[in-house]
Design a binder for this molecule. Structure first.
Ligand code: 5RP
Length: 235
């Protein structure tokens, strides 16, 4: 990754910590490199201002990063209502639709975004604005359905591909023990309709379309950051 993009992620993460974190919050923590910068910023802020913050991670990876940063963690079982949820995105359209799940944590990420009072997205400038079909839609599926889902997805205009990682032979397995794949679309689609249609296919646990979920979106640039979307200003 280039330094310009890294600096942009850091600027988005710092802005979220500075403007939206205060004492006594329960903070949902997404997954990814931008979120890892947020965890660092949060840890410094908690130490400097002696804040009492409880973090709820969306993945094993984020739980490990939170532990390394010395932050207190809980789980969604005890903390079912989050004050705020901070996460990255793979792309953001000009209408503020998100595609998420590049890191394979989409199921917990959607659960947490929707269990939270406020969902704040942090992303670098390469993610916004992007066309809806410029990034494949990640999906989590029950392993036995790897072949039965192909035709229903094709009928919706998509092509399902298993996702392969490194360090293990075979497809990527989620923290929930399911298979992660990606659906490629070669033309645009209605995000709310497609989110529901994909969910109705037996075996699909979740998909990475987040049509109207973001409350605020912070885009980082190499030397600055910008709040490009604030839902409360529209209401
Ligand atoms: C993980 C995600 C991430 O938010 C998304 O992949 C962005 O990651 P990064 O901050 O590393 O660019 O959805 O499932």
């Amino acid at each position: 990754m280039t330094k310009k993009i890294d600096d942009s992620k850091i600027n988005a993460a710092l802005r979220a910590a500075k403007d939206f974190i205060y004492d006594d919050l329960t903070v949902g923590i997404g997954t990814g490199s931008t979120v890892n910068y947020f965890i660092q910023a949060l840890s410094e802020l908690v130490e400097k201002d002696e804040l009492d913050i409880l973090c709820v991670p969306s993945s094993i990876e984020s739980k490990i990063e939170l532990a390394k940063a010395g932050l207190s963690t809980g789980s969604l079982i005890e903390e079912s209502e989050l004050d705020i949820y901070i996460d990255g995105a793979d792309i953001i359209t000009k209408n503020f639709v998100l595609i998420k799940g590049g890191g394979g944590a989409l199921t917990m990420e959607k659960i947490m975004a929707r269990a939270s009072e406020e969902f704040i997205v942090i992303a670098d400038y390469t993610k916004y604005p992007r066309d809806l079909n410029s990034f494949p839609v990640p999906i989590e599926i029950i392993p036995q359905t790897v072949n039965t889902i192909i035709k229903p997805i094709f009928d919706l205009g998509g092509e399902f591909r298993l996702r392969y990682g490194t360090g293990k032979i075979g497809p990527v397995i989620s923290d929930n023990g399911n298979i992660i794949g990606d659906v490629h679309f070669n033309k645009s689609f209605d995000p709310s309709e497609m989110e529901k249609a994909l969910k109705l296919i037996p075996g699909v646990v979740e998909n990475g379309i987040f049509p109207k979920d973001a409350d605020r979106i912070i885009i980082g640039y190499p030397d600055s950051s910008e709040l490009v979307f604030n839902k409360s200003e529209k209401e």
